[in-house]
Design a protein around this ligand. Structure first.
Ligand SMILES: *Cc1c(COP(=O)(O)O)cnc(C)c1O
Length: 347
């Protein structure tokens, strides 16, 4: 099975952990795994004095928790929406009645940063919600510039970095990010089911709301002091996480990102050779989004017949291939060759 989705093909040793018996979690040994994972995550994202709340939930669960515990306490939120994930922030804020303003960015386009600054100056929000990488289009936003604007106008920056952590440059302390959200099946490339809320030192000092029993920040943080989650964690996923993090720490973020980048650049070269347009103005390393020219209506299912999974986009003719999983250049050659053949089928 060839997986160009999230997760991509998972390392064999991580899969093996998933096939083992599951140890009880209220033990010193499991606490050590939780604490050690927190330490490694903080180091990889560079948030030295921060905390990490792990949730047994997909990334949207973590977004939800950030809105109920933190964003709802603020007078106004400003949302950058460059695609479906940006609008998810909007949906969540609306759902919980948090006043918000949306700054729309056209499909696959970069932000007009001077316009963004003008709007921030006008609205003076307390918190800005954005994606680092809008996974629906493949567009990477410039977090350094966004963070400079936030600093200037004293806005707390909350970043959904779910599809940029370990694939693109991300440094919480340097960028002055208040809260980052990440999840297990994207950059970490382990099975889905865990998400993480990384809170900066400054954010940890603030008071949180109590509007969500299961996702309550304070309750989670209290339990984390002893390396435990308040409710049953996805134990196996924590074991896989811990193993993966140890490997990531050994490689280092620069090496991990450059390996992902090489795969992305290689595949984009193949796209160019085949005239598949890559629309993103500033593409992330995480995925390549591209338009095929023919037979887009059958591409997904034809590839499935060969056990190849890619991600359909929301736009006709548009598809996405992830690069965070295990994939070789010859895998990518083969994928491009198959897409080309399907394009050339006479239906
Ligand atoms: C995957 C992803 C999410 C979370 O989606 P889930 O379906 O909850 O896993 C959120 N934001 C971005 C940018 C993503 O790529």
């Amino acid at each position: 099975m060839k997986l160009y989705v999230f997760p991509g093909n998972i390392e064999e040793e991580i899969l093996q952990i998933g096939a083992q018996q599951i140890p009880y979690m209220r033990t010193a040994m499991f606490s050590e795994i939780v604490k050690d994972s927190e330490r490694m995550l903080l180091e990889l994202i560079n948030c030295k004095q921060g905390r990490v709340i792990p949730l047994t939930a997909s990334g949207t669960g973590a977004m939800d928790a950030v809105v109920t515990n933190f964003v709802c306490a603020k007078k106004s939120a400003f949302i950058i929406a460059g695609g479906s994930f940006g609008y998810r922030w909007k949906d969540l804020c609306d759902y919980y009645n948090c006043p918000n303003t949306v700054f729309e960015v056209p499909f696959a386009k970069d932000i007009d940063y001077s316009l963004l600054e003008q709007e921030i100056e006008k609205h003076r929000p307390e918190v800005l919600l954005c994606q680092h990488h809008e996974t629906s289009s493949g567009q990477l936003f410039n977090l350094t510039t966004i963070s400079e604007i936030c600093r200037k106008y004293n806005v707390t920056l909350v970043v959904d970095a779910i599809s940029s952590f370990l694939t693109d440059d991300l440094d919480m302390d340097e960028m002055g990010i208040g809260i980052c959200i990440i999840s297990s099946q994207k950059g970490l490339n382990i099975p889905p089911g865990l998400s993480f809320i990384v809170l900066s030192e400054e954010i940890c000092k603030q008071d949180f709301l109590h509007n969500s029993y299961y996702f309550d920040f304070e309750e989670n943080l209290k339990n984390l002091q002893r390396g435990q989650t308040p409710y049953s964690p996805a134990t196996t996923l924590f074991l896989q996480l811990h193993h993966q993090l140890k490997k990531d720490m050994q490689l280092g973020t620069d090496k991990i990102k450059s390996l992902v980048r090489e795969k992305a650049l290689y595949f984009r070269k193949l796209c160019k050779q085949n005239n598949w347009e890559v629309p993103a103005e500033v593409p992330s390393n995480c995925i390549t989004g591209f338009f095929v020219r023919r037979n887009s209506d059958i591409l997904f299912t034809e590839l499935l017949k060969q056990n190849i999974y890619i991600m359909p986009g929301g736009t006709p003719g548009y598809f996405r291939v992830s690069h965070s999983g295990v994939q070789s250049y010859s895998d990518l050659d083969y994928l491009a060759e198959q897409i080309k053949q399907i394009e050339n089928l006479n239906k």
